[in-house]
Design a protein around this ligand. Structure first.
Ligand SMILES: Cc1cc2nc3c(=O)[nH]c(=O)nc-3n(C[C@H](O)[C@H](O)[C@H](O)COP(=O)(O)OP(=O)(O)OC[C@H]3O[C@@H](n4cnc5c(N)ncnc54)[C@H](O)[C@@H]3O)c2cc1C
Length: 404
């Protein structure tokens, strides 16, 4: 049996080990430092106190036991390609090594502060469940304060847009029940429109939906410095806030550039061939946000949840082909459109190759379905249905916000 070691149990890695583990044709190991999996596109709900951790998170240990793979709760720190070993750091800071036959890197990406001075000290981030929980502690303080509180969010990609809308909704809801503070939210984007990577028509609909919720949207505005309680733009304009959250750009961790000579780009992503194999080593595969994968038209596979899911499905099939000594097929990404939540009961999405842009509560259901499809890979339909029903009942009985 060949040993496949997958590093990172996020959108890509967890789906891959689930598929491979159930297959029982390989020995499958997942290296993931966290104890629980949270689907990253929902981290803004943790930061806004509306996430139901009981129903919507996954225990790696339990999931591994039920799906035929081993979870090692360590972080990868290094690679030796000659001996085919990776270095690991455990929860007690103990160092070990682990041998692989095939290695899959799926450690994702984090937001990019573009080395803007003061950002790491004075802004919160939303790159992991831990950071999202930290952000929620700060948001909670602001909700409990009286009067008007100002929140600045830098970056109007999916993360910034979804966070701004969710926070606006929570603040409105809480004001109805008690004397919570009113949030004035400013969303700041350097490009000329929100969701710069989406069709213009979608950007306009999202901007209108945000403004209807009282959110101030500043486009063509580049932050050049962050200080305590204020952001300074390249035009030297000052945007004061009680809370500042940075949700702009992506880049990968610095340690990926030191992996025994593997090729990386300026965002520290590992460069792969069309087969998802690292450009320099055929026994190393890279999937998800930490891969730079070029498509036949010269474009790159985007850092999105659906691209991570597609790559995991593709690679699971390729490992079966390897067993049969068949050649590997190239990974072709199919853009299934984009759906962005703008509050708990509204979303905007593009369908049919970006020809159709729709918004409303039905599209919000479609947004939820994307998460349910991810859960469907991890569990059976029966369990996913039970989770949906349980969530509906809990939502009827409990308040919309969970953590106040
Ligand atoms: C708030 C938010 C909202 C988003 N909304 C959307 C959206 O609406 N639509 C969309 O398509 N995309 C969205 N995204 C992007 C999407 O979440 C990512 O594209 C997707 O999660 C990438 O999957 P991945 O498996 O590559 O990485 P991740 O899902 O980030 O998983 C990486 C995993 O690697 C682990 N890891 C990190 N370092 C190590 C290490 N040293 N050793 C071992 N393990 C390690 C991490 O703990 C993590 O579990 C959003 C992202 C955020 C943050």
């Amino acid at each position: 049996m060949l040993r496949i070691v997958v590093v990172g149990g996020g959108a890509a890695g967890l789906e891959l080990v689930t598929r491979l583990g159930r297959n029982k044709r390989h020995e499958v190991m997942l290296i993931e430092p966290s104890s629980h999996h949270f689907w990253k596109p929902r981290l803004h709900e943790i930061a806004a106190g509306t996430f139901d951790a009981e129903l919507d998170s996954v225990s790696y240990f339990q999931h591994a036991e039920c799906n035929g793979y081993t979870h090692i709760q360590d972080a990868m720190t290094g690679l030796n390609r000659d001996t085919k070993t990776i270095s690991l750091r455990g929860t007690m800071n103990n160092e070990t090594t682990l041998q692989y036959d095939h290695l899959v890197m799926a450690v994702g990406a984090v937001s990019n502060d573009f080395q803007t001075p003061g950002v790491s000290e004075h802004c919160l981030f939303l790159d992991s469940s831990g950071q999202a929980q930290k952000a929620w502690q700060h948001v909670k303080q602001q909700l409990k304060a009286t009067g008007t509180r100002h929140i600045s969010i830098v970056g109007a990609g999916a993360t910034g847009v979804e966070l701004a809308a969710e926070l606006a909704k929570v603040s409105r809801k809480l004001q109805r029940y008690r004397q919570a503070s009113e949030f004035k939210i400013t969303l700041i984007e350097a490009a000329e429109r929100v969701l710069p990577g989406s069709p213009e028509c979608m950007s306009n609909k999202v901007k209108t939906a945000l403004e209807k919720q009282g959110i101030t949207v500043l486009t063509n505005t580049r932050v050049q410095r962050a200080d305590a309680g204020k952001l300074v733009t390249s035009e030297n304009e000052i945007i004061s806030a009680d809370l500042q959250i940075w949700a702009a750009g992506i880049k990968c961790a610095e340690w990926l550039t030191k992996l025994d000579g593997l090729e990386t780009n300026r965002l520290n992503q590992l460069i792969v061939k069309s087969t998802l194999q690292s450009s320099l080593d055929n026994s190393i595969f890279v999937i998800g946000d930490n891969a730079q994968c070029t498509q036949p038209d010269g474009s790159f596979v985007p850092p999105r949840a659906q691209a991570a899911n597609q790559a995991a499905t593709h690679l699971a099939k390729q490992f079966n082909r390897l067993l049969k000594n068949k050649p590997l097929q190239p990974f072709i990404y199919h853009d299934g459109g984009m759906v962005v939540a703008v509050g708990h009961d509204n979303a905007v999405g593009t369908l049919m190759n970006n020809k159709l842009v729709l918004k409303g509560s039905l599209i919000r259901n479609l947004y939820d379905t994307i998460f349910r499809l991810h859960q469907r890979v991890l569990f059976s339909w029966g369990r996913v249905t039970a989770l949906v029903v349980l969530k509906r009942i809990k939502c009827m009985l409990n308040p919309y916000y969970k953590g106040f």
